[in-house]
Design a protein. Structure first.
Length: 403
């Protein structure tokens, strides 16, 4: 009669693929730290050039947590004044200025100036061509930033996002209302088949920030200037240009990073990545083999199947054959050996703790079958909770049922 043994045991499988996968996962922390540092240092707080206009102001928000000092230099040799605030200033003042420029506009090309304007500013642009031909092929234009293009249309006087075009005595005029802080390029587009010389006049009513409550101030009159920030407040810096010039001017700014903040931030990021990898199982105490619990069903007939455990549940008896005159001696030896193996087999079936009951339980996850179920429960309920064979921590105990 075949015997059915359902045994749950633990087998050790070398996980070379999993180990190689976690070796590649170790590339994640330095790669993440490198991307974060480069983005923050050379992206948001990287060195750059900003555009200003005559008698205009521009707001910049910085965090003193990452920035220790701000350095400004004017490449056009114009004076730029910096005002630092702990709170955002109000956009409450207004200034008017005019730029006049005599220029040559080539056929099917444009000519103009670039300025930085705040919300609420108004642009009025007029031009007078030095020619007797019609000016119908001349169009005023405004380019917002680098993508949006505004072309004025005739009889369009109430659209908020377009310029109103009006006829005047000596030429044409266009008007535009600024609705967002941004860089604006204003000019004339020549759609004629020949070049035209014209006098372009731009009148700007610009909204500027109130700088009377500034905490710190510096100027580029004598070269570059620097502003130091107090940790850890948010700082608002106003760049103010003088009320002269025929167009916009570019200002070079550079940030001095607060190194200690970057070190602490990167250290915290490394700890977080370490904890994530530890939770996912990268650190397994030096054991590179993963132990997988397998529910194996063995069907045996007269002979117990060979086990993969270091301590098998049953010993397989080997059959010996006798021949010739030594049969009697062999029988005597077999009798003694059989008695000895029976005693050993009997001892191996007993619990290694109490030696009273049979071994009818095994530990999870190590899989050793060394005690009876009652002794195994006492081990798990105790303080040590380790397997008496391999000294590995026990999670739970399972009972074995023998038929």
């Amino acid at each position: 009669m075949a015997l059915l043994h359902r045994v749950m045991h633990t087998i050790t499988i070398p996980s070379m693929y999993q180990h190689q996968r976690w070796q590649h996962a170790w590339m994640l922390p330095p790669l993440t730290i490198w991307i974060f540092s480069i983005t923050l240092r050379y992206g948001y707080y990287g060195d750059s050039c900003i555009l200003l206009g005559p008698a205009s102001s521009r707001l910049m928000k910085t965090s003193s947590v990452f920035v220790k000092q701000l350095q400004v230099s004017n490449k056009d040799n114009n004076q730029v004044i910096l005002h630092a605030f702990n709170e955002k200033p109000e956009l409450s003042s207004q200034t008017n200025w005019t730029v006049s420029n005599l220029c040559l506009v080539e056929a099917y090309k444009s000519k103009g100036i670039s300025l930085w304007l705040n919300q609420g500013s108004t642009i009025r642009m007029g031009w007078e061509a030095h020619t007797t031909s019609s000016l119908d092929q001349l169009h005023g234009m405004v380019i917002k930033g680098e993508k949006k293009f505004k072309l004025p249309q005739a009889k369009q006087t109430s659209f908020p996002n377009a310029m109103a075009l009006h006829k005047i005595v000596n030429g044409k005029e266009a008007e535009y209302k600024v609705e967002e802080d941004n860089m604006y390029h204003m000019g004339v587009l020549n759609m004629n088949a020949r070049n035209i010389i014209l006098n372009m006049k731009v009148n700007v009513s610009a909204k500027v920030y109130d700088t009377t409550k500034g905490k710190k101030m510096c100027s580029t009159a004598n070269g570059s200037c620097r502003l130091s920030f107090v940790f850890p407040n948010t700082q608002y810096v106003i760049f103010t240009a003088p009320g002269k010039g025929d167009g916009g001017s570019y200002v070079e700014i550079s940030f001095l990073a607060r190194v200690l903040t970057y070190i602490l931030l990167l250290g915290a990021l490394m700890i977080v990545v370490y904890l994530i990898l530890k939770f996912l199982g990268v650190y397994d105490g030096g054991d590179r083999n993963s132990r997988v619990t397998v529910d194996a069903t063995y069907r045996t007939s007269d002979v117990v199947a060979r086990q993969t455990e270091t301590e098998p549940l049953m010993q397989v008896e080997t059959n010996r054959w006798t021949y010739g005159t030594n049969a009697k001696d062999d029988e005597e030896e077999d009798s003694g050996a059989s008695s000895s193996s029976s005693e050993e087999l009997y001892d191996e079936k007993l619990c290694c703790i109490c030696y009273d009951e049979q071994r009818n339980s095994f530990f999870v996850p190590c899989g050793h079958c060394a005690t009876c179920y009652d002794c195994a429960e006492r081990i798990v309920d105790g303080e040590s909770k380790v397997c008496p064979i391999c000294r590995r921590l026990i999670h739970k105990v399972r009972r074995l049922y023998h038929n």
